[in-house]
Design a protein around this ligand. Structure first.
Ligand SMILES: [Zn+2]
Length: 324
């Protein structure tokens, strides 16, 4: 049984990466098509509603208990190739949240870096080791250990919130998001690419959706929503103007690519990051609903699904855990 006292409310199920035998390698947290089918059956097909119905339920403040929708973040090609055929088989219309700078090649795109660290290293810890050793050589050992001492509480809190991440995952994320600036981070990644003779350009098309993908999803009546333009890991570091620009650019580019009956009306917060400015931006843009990345009551929320821009989502990995 999927539902219990802790999840008896409208919420989304959050998916990211999929793998198969031929084209998409197994990466941290990725699942295959059989596992997706198992998750759908475990939740119960009758409990999964289409994106459109989900939006209507939230807007009409309907007290619906045991219903979920399916959501797919980050415009991943593996979702189109592996998950979409299954959604179609089950006649499920899902949400796809798309950030838009994927339409311009960027060697440091988060998916290309992710592919690199899985495909070019024996295991992910080898990547983290190489990464941290370059950071240490650039910034000095002392600075790194001070950084971790200074952020000890924050790191503990993060690990409690996201138990799926290992200690090294968290250290990498903290260095990337809180210690290095973009320029420094990209330089280190480029250095690692070079050391493994990795050619990032080859992977852009393979890993990320293109305009035709979005048109296909839209034609099949899946719901395309915002996910910011550049997918910052911490959009709350941006002021109101900068956040507005992120979502407005995202909105305008998506509108150019797809013609929808209702317009672009939904979103999910990249890396779950949002603050009051984000909520103001979304309201101003007439977005109707937005998803978080957790089932927790946090960020000064008073209750679950606190506002229409704070709808809860459960990660598919938590569902797999409760299935076993
Ligand atoms: Zn994302």
């Amino acid at each position: 049984m999927y539902f219990n006292n802790k999840n008896k409310f409208l919420h989304g199920v959050m998916f990211h990466h999929f793998h198969d035998k031929n084209n998409f390698i197994k990466t941290q947290g990725s699942i295959n098509s059989d596992q997706l089918v198992k998750i759908i059956k475990y939740i119960g097909r009758e409990n999964i509603i289409n994106a459109n119905e989900f939006i209507n339920n939230i807007l009409n403040k309907k007290k619906v208990e045991k219903k979920v929708c399916l959501t797919f973040d980050d415009a991943l090609k593996c979702q189109e190739n592996i998950a979409l055929p299954i959604l179609e088989d089950f006649k499920i219309k899902a949400f796809f949240f798309i950030y838009t700078d994927i339409f311009k090649y960027n060697p440091h795109n988060i998916e290309i870096v992710r592919h690199f660290r899985h495909a070019f290293y024996k295991n992910i810890n080898e990547f983290y080791k190489d990464f941290i050793s370059i950071v240490k050589s650039k910034l000095g050992r002392k600075e790194i250990s001070n950084f971790f001492i200074f952020n000890k509480e924050k790191i503990l809190k993060f690990r409690k919130k996201f138990p799926i991440y290992t200690k090294y995952d968290v250290e990498f994320r903290f260095i990337r998001d809180h210690l290095l600036n973009n320029f420094e981070y990209n330089n280190i990644i480029s250095e690692l690419y070079l050391s493994k003779n990795f050619k990032p350009k080859k992977y852009h098309k393979h890993l990320l959706m293109n305009k035709e993908s979005l048109q296909k999803l839209n034609k099949l009546n899946h719901e395309i929503g915002l996910h910011s333009h550049s997918h910052p890991t911490k959009i709350i570091n941006f002021n109101y103007q900068k956040q507005h620009k992120e979502y407005l650019t995202n909105f305008k580019l998506l509108k150019k690519i797809i013609k929808t009956k209702y317009g672009i009306r939904s979103m999910s917060h990249p890396c779950g990051s949002y603050d009051n400015n984000t909520l103001k931006v979304l309201k101003k843009m007439n977005i109707l609903l937005g998803f978080k990345e957790s089932m927790l009551i946090d960020n000064n929320m008073k209750k679950i699904n606190n506002s229409k821009f704070e709808i809860a989502r459960v990660d598919h990995s938590s569902i797999i855990k409760s299935m076993n």
